[in-house]
Design a protein. Sequence first.
Length: 189
Amino acid sequence: MRVGIGYDIHRLVPDRPLVIGGVVIPFPLGLEGHSDADVLLHAVADALLGAVGEGDIGRHFPPDDPRYRRVPSTDLLRTVASLLARQGYVPANVDATVVAEAPPLAPHIPQMRRVIAAILALDPQAVSVKATTHERVGGLGRGEAIAAVAVVLVERRRPEAAAPAAAPGGVAAPEGRSGPGAPGGGSGA
């Protein structure tokens, strides 16, 4: 198992849609950025990349690369999930917090959880999204920007065909150990 943490912040500006967690939220301002600037999905992607030692989204999706201009962050997160899968990892859970003075995010959180869960092939119960304010402190507190932080747990994917050898008594031995003297190989539970 590995843990990763991600953080992102984007300034609020006019004439941009506000997209958080893959959900378009009605609001007169949107987040400034090269892609759709979805702070929540960027934080989750950064956390996943960090968990497997792959740097950050800026390294994988450079802001000066025209291929990523206005690209939906759902596409970026799918690409990151594929990178993890190629390395033999799968997400186990996501815990994230969005920091915004406005708009109220609570009505949109269930849909954000479903979007993230669908992209990462997780049960929605394995995805936590919370919202808080910055108590009117600093730029976040003045409503100049929105930020997000995410923590993820990833697990090494077990190959489908490779099952642990059965120990005496038909109980599977812990990975890499089987037979007499192996933990779980004796009698008892």
